[in-house]
Design a protein around this ligand. Structure first.
Ligand code: DC
Length: 219
């Protein structure tokens, strides 16, 4: 079967996952969040106190898989659903660090390519258009200013107790952008044939509508 593959890349907090979910529901595609896979590996490494030099061999025991329930992705470590546990600031930072390790990337690359071969998908991440799916039917590079991304994150977290300050969130975003863009293997960058969408001045609905339009024009 020839499947349709849409790649969405961009920095942390640009709205990739929310927008990709909206667009995939509209198009009837499966949404694959590759960041969740890196987060699951980071959780495994953190929980088991694995040191950098042992990561490659320990990876054999980290069974990361995705399951889809009513079209919604859940991420598993072995038989354990870790979809919520991976959403902490500590795991965000750990995922950014461990995703720079080539052995970690190689492991998840195979899993991601298999999903794309077998399904019509919208896949989001950092290197989907450049490395994982270089022949994707449509590539989008989704971005927004660091200040706007921090602002959105702050609004999202400010209802919960123990919310970090806006300055802390902005610092984390800048640190993660820097790490993701400057690593040697598969750094975050816009593919030459990707369409740039800047959502700084757009609502989620406007961003999703724009991306749906770009996809429909091209397939
Ligand atoms: O999209 P996210 O914030 O859930 O991703 C967590 C980290 O995983 C991010 O800082 C970089 C890494 N990542 C990556 O290197 N390649 C991908 N395709 C997706 C995520």
């Amino acid at each position: 079967m020839n499947t349709i593959n849409i790649a969405i890349d961009g920095p942390a907090g640009a709205g990739k996952s929310t927008i990709a979910k909206m667009v995939s529901a509209e198009m009837g595609y499966i949404y694959v969040d590759t960041g969740a896979m890196y987060r699951a590996v980071a959780l495994y490494i953190t929980e088991n106190n694995i040191s950098d030099e042992n990561i490659e061999s320990a990876l054999k025991n980290a069974e990361v898989s995705l399951r889809f329930k009513d079209g919604v992705q859940r991420v598993y470590l072995g038989d354990r659903d870790v979809s919520e546990l991976i959403r902490t600031p500590e795991i965000s930072m750990a995922a950014s660090r461990t995703s720079a390790i080539p052995a970690v990337r190689a492991r998840l690359f195979d899993l991601q390519q298999k999903l794309a071969r077998e399904n019509n998908i919208i896949m989001d991440g950092r290197d989907i258009g450049t490395v994982v799916l270089p022949n994707a039917d449509v590539k989008i590079f989704l971005t927004a200013s660091a200040e706007e991304r921090a602002n959105r994150r702050y609004k999202e977290l400010s209802e919960k107790p123990g919310c970090p300050s806006y300055e802390e969130i902005l610092r984390d975003i800048n640190e993660r952008d820097y790490q993701d863009m400057h690593r040697e293997t598969a750094p975050l960058r816009q593919a030459e044939d990707a369409v740039l969408v800047d959502t700084t001045e757009l609502t989620l609905e406007q961003s999703a509508a724009k991306i749906t339009e770009i996809i429909k024009e091209r397939i």
